[in-house]
Design a protein around this ligand. Sequence first.
Ligand SMILES: NC(=O)C1=CN([C@@H]2O[C@H](COP(=O)(O)OP(=O)(O)OC[C@H]3O[C@@H](n4cnc5c(N)ncnc54)[C@H](O)[C@@H]3O)[C@@H](O)[C@H]2O)C=CC1
Ligand SMILES: O=C(O)C(=O)[C@H](O)COP(=O)(O)O
Length: 375
Amino acid sequence: MKIIADANMPFAEELFQQFGDVHKLDGRSMTADDVKDADILLVRSVTTVNSSLLAANSKLKFVGTATIGTDHIDQDFLKSKNIEFSNAPGCNAIAVGEYAFTTMLELAHKYGEVLKDKTVGIVGAGNTGSALEKCLKAYGVNTLLCDPIKAEQGEPRKFVSLEAVIEGADVISLHVPLTKEGEHKTFHLLDEAKLKQLKHNAWLLNCCRGEVIDNQALTRVKKYREDIKLVLDVWEGEPYPIEALIPTVDFATPHIAGYSVEGKARGTFMLYEKVCQLLSKPVKTSISQLLPEFFISKVQLDANLTQLDLLRLMRLVYDISDDDRSFRQLDFSNKEFDVMRKAHKHRRECSALTISSVEESQNWLFELGFSREQA
Ligand SMILES: NC(=O)C1=CN([C@@H]2O[C@H](COP(=O)(O)OP(=O)(O)OC[C@H]3O[C@@H](n4cnc5c(N)ncnc54)[C@H](O)[C@@H]3O)[C@@H](O)[C@H]2O)C=CC1
Ligand SMILES: O=C(O)C(=O)[C@H](O)COP(=O)(O)O
């Protein structure tokens, strides 16, 4: 059995070689010829899987994307060819939630503000949006949730409109899939008109898909709205962001919000479980067996945490300034956006860090995601 996997997919060999030969290829440049004799195709967000890519393949049984997003997959085409498909819902939701939360602490630190005084609007209250909500709730930050689809489905959480978020939130974090059709389409959800309406001093974070914000419009609006603070992990037209936009962004990264070791392992593992099911094979290993030890075994806390202390603690698991600095030095015309992603040293999630000596009043740290030392 021939298995083709994106070269940027950790743990693919470990998990899939029991089913056949694993060939790793660059995801962005995969061609129909490359995949013509694959039985299993494992991709990430940079490979468009459609009739052109699969034109020369008549034996493919399974396509898996080790990502949450599916906007790069023509699922109707796969169905028409009876090719099984799976994504990895929720695999890197914790990583994205923690990325957004820690970046809010960074912004608060940079501008001398208090995160707990802010209201954070979360647009898209699915896996990643809810992971962020969990961190914010644990820390005691007020949130507004906007998700008209979940609201229509009768979910018990309270939802507000996008207009109410724009009007009422000091911070807006985007967590929607990229959709181009339908009542709730998200392509250019934040267009020029909406960007202009952002509150004075608003913080805007995008860690879902670049095209959810009209990046041309954002570049124009930022010219006269310096008060808006931006965190962009995703960019319209990746891997070629609008370069004039970058200096106006407070924290800029190359689509790595979901890049935690745990998130990547979960993504590949979920596809492995799916293939085991498809081939009626037993699941022989577990995610925890794939994960390396964290370099700090535990942290002992001796006092109540200030906002800056919490930021310092979060920086032990992820210090965004390293990625931000590297991002600003990239030569985008030379495809270095992808080079940086490929070389990225995946960070850990808060759960990798065990905290000891915590008073009861600090139990919120465990709700946020850190691990508790076992008695
Ligand atoms: N930057 C990164 O590394 C990553 C980016 N992503 C992106 O984030 C997206 C969201 O991921 P999840 O939260 O796991 O997906 P999800 O499917 O669990 O949640 C998305 C939520 O957005 C809601 N939604 C859809 N249209 C909306 C609209 N117009 N307004 C408000 N809400 C709307 C849906 O009802 C759903 O609850 C993914 O589709 C992917 O594109 C995901 C993981 C990592
Ligand atoms: O899960 C998603 O959706 C994402 O955006 C991924 O985290 C992006 O990573 P790659 O698939 O492009 O490596």
